[in-house]
Design a protein around this ligand. Structure first.
Ligand code: SRM
Ligand code: SF4
Length: 558
């Protein structure tokens, strides 16, 4: 068992003494003097799917006016497998306009965030989500997060099955406390504390966040191996016969702290029935709950517990708890990780349109009324909304008879032109939020990568590489929210305008990249890439991807 009890991190005390994650949140919300909430409540509010933030662009101005920082909140929805009905999209659009900056952000974990919500708007926002049957429970905090699943679930019955499993895992891992309803929905709710007893999380919850993803080969659009728990559907004779289960993925690290590192999940083995899958997932979590590091939050993710215990001991402890053994892992093959843009028809004849949404930001600009176009599609009631881990959106389950109407809306709003016209590099780019809301950002990401891509495109053009599907990802710090450590070209922010450049990751998400240049600015980024692309076209092997080539370059050619 975890032997760090003597030296628990302060967050552990906040969790155990929180009265089922209630803390003093009601008092904090009622305080009219400040836009912030009390310090302990800033930890607890995460378990309710929210973060206290401030507008970092306006810090200096606020201080010069002797005002407190401009505090506001980000809310993240819990959407296992990333799905909304058209009615829910219309409701979300309205909630975003009434209470947030208005921008709807599709995240790298297939869900939605709204930013810039003032404290007084928090309860109305949650209440309006509640009316849409949406919640943000456990979207953040030391619990299981949004369960991701290969997008396009209606493309085949197998995707549907995996999507449904994502929902079951999400339900199984929900905290039992009803504090969310108590605080955000109904003040008068009578609380039965006995009914809130939580065998999974107890009163201490997990040592740290925990993430679960499900991939349906041949697509690894969920980047399954970056999750704490990764499920890979094993398909035989067109049926899912079970799942390979892997554990210990995670991408975050801290500059200068050698004890921290990105890691891909290691395969524990194969499990056949759904009942066993759920049991195995549950007990992988309880082992992490009991053995994870509760002293140093930098070393408390499941990946460090696995490396501390060793994969065999971790597996043995899980098997002891489940009462069955993992079978040897079965073969599987990933063939792609990118989204399939444009129209696709599924086995039932329904249509799907994948919209390219640069870094998941859905808003209107003078040139591109994306948000209005999507609202108009939703208002027809004839398309569901699905989200991908590449921050894109799928208009889903469209009947043949409604396709032309939706196509017309997409054309009218420039959405199909934008999706078709973007270069391969741009369509394979991911960036995290970073500035101006992320308190941990050291550099820009989603506000900067689009213009950097514009400068890289002519270089690719020069070498005849315009259509090459190179994955390029940027994060404003080494936490890896835009999964930069798992890209063919990864940028990791070090300071304003400066990035570490990583290369050598593979295209399918099976190999992490390696730092190649440290702390470089735009000019050096462009000259370095120019040089690398030049060598790539000269020395690449047949069909060799840029990621595989640069891995070879780093290890043998350089
Ligand atoms: Fe993340 C923290 C945004 C996916 C690793 N992440 C944050 C916070 C909440 C900053 C904070 O703690 O104050 C960021 C909020 C920024 C903002 O203003 O919205 C943030 N993370 C995001 C999102 C929105 C990025 C995006 O642009 O899409 C993604 C939301 C996912 C979701 O819907 O749940 C997001 N974060 C990820 C991923 C990628 C993934 O899961 O597929 C990772 C890497 C995988 C992993 O977990 O290792 C990731 N985020 C982190 C970490 C590092 C955790 C670690 O233990 O190493 C932090 C920092 C922390 O937890 O202390 C972090
Ligand atoms: Fe913020 Fe860093 Fe995550 Fe980007 S990677 S959203 S900068 S924590």
């Amino acid at each position: 068992m975890n032997n760090d009890k003597e030296n628990l991190s302060p967050v552990e005390r906040i969790k155990t003494s929180s009265n089922g994650l209630r803390g003093s949140l009601k008092e904090s919300l009622a305080d009219p003097i400040t836009g912030a909430i009390r310090e302990d409540d800033q930890t607890l509010i995460k378990f309710h799917g929210m973060y206290q933030q401030d507008d970092r662009d306006r810090r200096e101005e606020r201080v010069s006016k002797k005002l407190e920082w401009l505090y506001s909140y980000m809310i993240r929805l819990r959407l296992p497998g990333g799905f909304l009905t058209p009615e829910q999209w219309v409701g979300l659009n309205e909630t975003a306009e009434d209470h947030s900056t208005g921008t709807i952000k599709v995240t790298t974990r297939q869900t939605i965030q709204l930013h810039g919500i003032l404290k007084s708007h928090l309860r109305p926002t949650i209440q309006s989500f509640n009316l849409q049957h949406l919640d943000s429970i456990a979207a953040c905090g030391d619990v299981n997060r949004n369960v991701t699943c290969t997008a396009n679930p209606s493309e085949s019955p197998l995707h549907k099955e995996a999507y449904e499993l994502a929902g079951k895992i999400s339900e199984m891992c929900l905290p039992k406390t009803k504090s969310y309803y108590d605080i955000w929905i109904d003040d008068e709710l009578l609380v039965d504390r006995k009914a809130e007893e939580d065998p999974l999380y107890q009163d201490r919850y997990l040592p740290r966040k925990l993430k679960i993803g499900i991939a349906v080969p041949p697509n690894n659009d969920v980047d399954v191996f970056i999750n704490d728990i990764a499920l890979i559907a094993i398909i035989e004779n067109d049926k899912i016969v079970g799942y390979n289960i892997a554990a210990g993925g995670g991408l975050g690290a801290t500059h200068g702290n050698e004890a921290t590192y990105a890691r891909l999940a290691s395969i524990l083995g194969f499990v056949d029935t759904e009942e066993k899958v759920l049991k195995a997932v549950y007990e992988i979590i309880t082992v992490q709950r009991d053995f994870g590091n509760r002293s140093d939050r930098k070393l408390s993710r499941l990946k460090y517990t696995i490396d501390k215990l060793g994969i065999d001991q971790y597996r043995a402890e899980v098997e002891k708890r489940t009462g069955f053994s993992f079978e040897p892992a079965r073969e599987f093959k990933f063939e792609q990780r990118k989204d399939r843009y444009g129209w696709i028809q599924n086995h039932e004849g329904k249509w799907f349109y994948t919209v390219f949404v640069e870094h998941g930001r859905i808003l209107n600009t003078a040139e591109y009324p994306l948000k209005s176009g999507l609202l108009k599609v939703a208002q027809t009631g004839n398309a569901n909304f699905r989200f991908t881990c590449n921050q894109n959106l799928i208009l889903a389950d469209i009947d043949e008879k409604n396709k032309a109407d939706i196509e017309h809306i997409l054309e009218e709003h420039g959405i199909s032109e934008y999706t078709n016209g973007a270069s391969a590099l741009r369509k394979n780019s991911v960036a995290c939020v970073a500035l101006n809301t992320c308190s941990l950002a050291l550099a820009e990401a989603q506000r900067y990568l689009p213009s950097l891509v514009t400068k890289i495109e002519p270089i690719l053009e020069k070498y005849g590489l315009r259509d090459e599907d190179i994955t390029i990802r940027m994060t404003g710090c080494p936490n890896g929210c835009g999964r930069s450590p798992n890209a063919e070209i990864g940028f990791v922010g070090t300071a304003y305008g400066k990035y570490n450049l990583h290369i050598g990751g593979d295209r399918l998400g099976m190999r992490l990249n390696t730092k190649f240049k440290e702390n470089i600015g735009e000019e050096e980024i462009l000259t370095t890439l120019d040089e690398l692309f030049g060598i790539y076209v000269q020395k690449r092997l047949a069909e060799e991807t840029f990621g595989d080539f640069s891995y070879r370059y780093l290890h043998t050619l350089n």
